[in-house]
Design a protein around this ligand. Sequence first.
Ligand SMILES: Nc1ncnc2c1ncn2[C@@H]1O[C@H](COP(=O)(O)OP(=O)(O)OP(=O)(O)O)[C@@H](O)[C@H]1O
Ligand SMILES: [Mg+2]
Length: 417
Amino acid sequence: MPRDLTPWRGKRDTSVPPKKPDVDAAPAPQDATLPEPAQPAPAPAENAPALTDVGPKRKHSGLTETIAVSGARTKVTPPWADLLKPPTTPPASKEALLNDPLPAELPFENLLKDKLLLAAPRLGIPGRACPALGGIVLVKKIGQGGMGAVYLGFHPRLQTQVAIKVLPFLIAERRPEMIARFEREARLAALVRSPHLVQVMDLNQEEGLHYLVMEFVAGCSAENYLDLVRENGAKGLAEKDTLRIAIAATKGLAAAHAAGIVHRDVKPPNILLPQEAGVTPRFDEAKLADLGLARGAPSGAAEAGTPKLTNSIDTMGTPGLMAPEQAFDIKKAGPAADVFSMAATLYMLLTGWAPFTGETNLQILTATAQKPHIPIRDQRADLKPGTVEVIERGLQKEPSARYPDGAALLEALQKLG
Ligand SMILES: Nc1ncnc2c1ncn2[C@@H]1O[C@H](COP(=O)(O)OP(=O)(O)OP(=O)(O)O)[C@@H](O)[C@H]1O
Ligand SMILES: [Mg+2]
């Protein structure tokens, strides 16, 4: 049995069962693609949303995130909220002026009161002080997940944008094993190069804040894009768009598997889609994020002496999308478990729902292990038989009945043409 059956799953609620397809209802559009811009592409409007604002209906107020899905609003607080502590040294005493320019067009947000960043030194130019880590200026909060929050950062020396994932202040004190795992796995991830994997650039800590510097993907996540097409009345993404995303993300997965790394948390928020403001994302350039960052339960021996302080941030994958063997024994999660999660991700992008749902995580995991999912054909009658076949094979409960790894899944997807 997994140690933690109630991980905080982030934004999209996979716990609400899907409605049975309503045959009497007027057929909802099955798929949607955002309209292509008129040719030639117009310059982004003055008030066009910032790149990172595309899609999600999410508002951050301090640590609380309000998520609006189909009009229903949910407030969520991250599980690491109790791992925040103000620094002992007031940050004001750690202010420094930058020698390099800070472009005014960056989408600055006032992060000085961001509770996660209270310990961070401040760096800036006169009139604009920003929290900074490792000399990287933090510009804007992009999102938050089960382990910490992600910010848009600006590297003043190189004059480039980066993404920084910051872990809460007390994590090193309370969960040293998680830091060790974060470091070990980030090192592994840094070794693999692929245009379809979000590149890890640095891993460090400053003033008690552990952080990971990554390539910044300007655009949205596949989850954000799914939210957007559903808000426009479609059930899920167009088949051709889903397949383009699938092929690109699976190229990243295949590269990881070739390097001996199992992702363990393939899911729509971990697939990033480069996108210019206001136009359709570049699906063929999709990138898989958080490679090697998925938290696996350590072996029993390693765990034995570790005090269990909070179980909510020790996520092992995402219920509803993770393979049965991973749900009940993380050590059994091999490449075929990632194949399952990729197939489940495609299922979700096409239908709006994870293949396995329930009221609680235990129900979802039990359903994953024991019950059949609603065949995707019953939810999307418009799909080509080949697409249905690939997804259904990927979702087989028995790992040996699936494609064995990312390379095999990629081959099957590419054959769909
Ligand atoms: N390198 C990046 N470039 C641009 N945006 C990113 C990057 N990494 C993450 N994001 C955005 O930040 C959001 C939060 O990411 P994070 O990994 O913290 O949480 P998550 O993937 O939603 O959940 P979990 O913590 O379970 O992995 C993502 O959904 C994505 O939209
Ligand atoms: Mg992530």
